[in-house]
Design a protein around this ligand. Structure first.
Ligand code: BEZ
Length: 234
């Protein structure tokens, strides 16, 4: 029989729907998250060191994500009681890099059947047949996939980068701009490329102090950090 390929949802597609049991009760995904940005992420297994460092970091940053109207949802192919025991251990026993007594209050999905992991292409047999890789899906308030990241089992994620992604996507939407390499709030943003010869000429000849053109197709403008954060952080 032909091997069933587990295809990941792609950028611009609607996030696949599922119902699941989590450490915070049942969820109906993505319906329950309508109106919020969401990071759905998988980890390989409970009671493993890289995952523990990731959960402690993410839980510590959760308030910052929530202030940017972004909710977190975790998943592994472990069962609910394993999840509960692991999260209790993290809170009661683990002190790591100054983080202690860390309570993970975002939902952690149990997925023993791998139904959700397969729907989201989180199983990569070349890496493991029994554990999900470290996948990240950033969804917008309409449940559309806006960013997809995959990391192998051995590589812990950079949570500052996940936060940067959420802020950059929201900035792009709110101001109709794109964000250049390594962009952070306060850095210049990229204005949409000129779509006609007239606009290209106008841009190159403009004296607008707020706008800078490196060439006709590559123009930036300033948006202050305060302006960005005022729009995004609640
Ligand atoms: C970890 O989280 O430490 C881990 C999980 C699965 C395989 C290797 C490492």
């Amino acid at each position: 029989m032909e091997e069933q390929r587990n295809v990941m949802p792609r950028i611009g597609e609607k996030a696949p729907e599922f119902k699941a049991i989590t450490t915070q009760g049942e969820i109906n995904f993505p319906t329950d998250y309508k109106g919020s940005w969401v990071i759905l992420f998988s980890h390989p297994a409970d009671f493993t060191p890289v995952c523990t460092s990731e959960f402690m970091t993410f839980a510590t940053m959760e308030k910052d994500f929530n202030k940017a109207n972004c909710k977190l949802v975790g998943l592994s192919v472990d069962g609910l009681y394993s999840h509960i025991a692991w999260l209790r251990t993290i809170k009661e026993k683990i002190e790591y890099k100054g983080m202690k007594n860390v309570e993970v209050t975002f939902p952690l999905i149990e997925d023993i059947t791998m139904e959700v992991a397969k729907k989201y292409g989180m199983m990569m047999p070349g890496e493991s047949n029994t554990k999900a890789v470290r996948a990240v899906f950033v969804l917008d308030p309409k449940g559309i996939v806006r960013t997809v990241l995959y990391y192998p089992l051995s590589l812990g994620r950079n949570f500052d980068e996940l936060y940067r992604i959420v802020i950059a996507l929201q900035t792009a939407d709110a101001f109709n701009v794109a964000t250049p390499a390594d962009w952070r709030p306060g850095d210049e943003v990229i204005v949409p490329t000129a779509g006609s010869c007239g606009v290209a000429k106008e841009r190159m000849e403009s004296n607008d102090a707020n706008t800078k053109c490196y060439d006709w197709f590559f123009c930036t403008k300033k948006i202050s950090k305060e302006e960005v954060l005022k729009k995004i952080i609640k």
